[in-house]
Design a protein. Structure first.
Length: 170
């Protein structure tokens, strides 16, 4: 579980006073720690007079889905009159998330099962979108952390192919 906080303002700098928020999980998932099924229920609440949101969620880094796809939350914020003022996607990890310091994920990769999770040798890549590349004998894979991956092959020892003589022409 983690705590999500954030302050919402209108373009003129005034707070979205006493507005409401709604988080929606992108799809069914499994809580990795408890092996419990997690249904994508709506998590709702109210902003205070200063436009501040504070809620506790099961963060995405502890949720798993079929084929290892990651989940995301869609956050919708409405003003006191019910007008929508914010609608963005977020992926949360760790134990705390301040929305004012995390860029929204925007429209994530179009997929019916949610976005993809990139990993290198089973370790989550900082650039999220799952291809779990596995290095093997004589192969190393390095993730530069910016979406660039380096694959390096070492020369293999062992037997060389032997040459086969060509048939002679008659």
């Amino acid at each position: 579980m983690g705590v999500v906080t954030g302050i919402f303002e209108f373009p003129d700098g005034s707070p979205v006073q006493n507005g409401s928020y709604q988080f929606k999980l992108s799809g069914d998932s499994i809580n990795i720690a408890t092996a419990a099924c997690v249904a994508p229920v709506l998590i709702t609440g109210a902003l205070n007079a200063g436009g501040t949101l504070s809620t506790t969620l099961l963060f995405n880094d502890v949720l798993d889905t079929n084929l290892g796809f990651t989940t995301f939350y869609q956050l919708t914020v409405k003003d006191q009159g019910g007008g929508q003022v914010w609608n963005e996607n977020y992926q949360f990890s760790g134990t705390a998330a301040n929305l004012n310091t995390i860029p929204p994920a925007g429209s994530l990769i179009a997929s019916t099962t949610g976005p993809i999770l990139l990993q290198v040798n089973g370790v989550t890549s900082p650039n999220q979108f799952k291809l779990n590349a596995q290095q093997g004998s004589n192969m190393t894979i390095t993730d530069a952390g910016n979406g660039t991956w380096t694959f390096a092959a070492a020369a293999a020892g062992g037997a060389r192919p032997r040459s086969v003589p060509r048939p002679r022409r008659r």
